[in-house]
Design a protein around this ligand. Structure first.
Ligand SMILES: *[C@@H]1O[C@H](CO)[C@@H](O)[C@H](O)[C@H]1NC(C)=O
Length: 171
């Protein structure tokens, strides 16, 4: 979910300032994350590369639906450094989201990541809101195979509104 390009424009009466920053480029091939460490760092500390094994770069089970029996009627199944230690420092992750009819992934942001989403089954009403000034809503009903991007840092949501193909047949 992360394309780590961060763009900030600051405009005042007298100055125009543009800053571009990103996560630092890895200085090694990989940094398999160790969850329990006495050292506090910005991220997870690296396991000794000599100890790395194929399983550190592997996750199984994304074919399984998440349990949507909760008040929101949705469940996010993340595949991030916590689930797949080899993702640590690479600036990208993946998730599966399951929705009941009218299930909602409520408005939220990822301050340091752009998110791109595709619909594998059913339909989904998705959108994001631009920052001040303006607060424009960009929203669309997606169907199977459609792709939508939520730009970095912008508030976004997903709702199974049942407006598309496949929704009624799944009830
Ligand atoms: C799904 O979550 C609900 C509520 O927490 C729970 O009662 C139910 O047993 C869970 N179902 C499965 C299949 O895990």
């Amino acid at each position: 979910m992360a394309a780590n390009l961060f763009l900030l424009a600051v405009l005042t009466i007298t100055t125009f300032s543009l800053a571009i920053a990103s996560d630092p480029s890895p200085l090694q091939d990989f940094c398999v994350g160790v969850k329990m460490s006495p050292v506090f760092v910005n991220g997870l500390v690296c396991e000794d590369p000599k100890l790395a094994k194929p399983e550190d770069f592997f996750f199984a089970g994304l074919n399984k639906p998440g349990n949507t029996s909760n008040p929101l009627g949705s469940m996010v199944t993340p595949v991030a450094a916590g689930q797949l230690p080899g993702l640590n420092t690479l600036g990208i992750s993946l998730a599966r989201i399951d929705f009941e009819p009218y299930g909602l992934n409520p408005p939220h942001t990822h301050p340091r990541a752009t998110e791109i989403l595709t619909v594998l089954e059913g339909s989904l009403y998705v959108g994001f809101v631009t920052s001040n000034p303006g607060n424009r809503l960009f929203a669309k009903v997606l169907r199977k195979g459609d792709v939508f991007v939520f730009p970095q840092g912008l508030v976004h949501f997903q709702l199974n509104s049942g407006e598309g193909d496949g929704w009624r047949s799944r009830r």
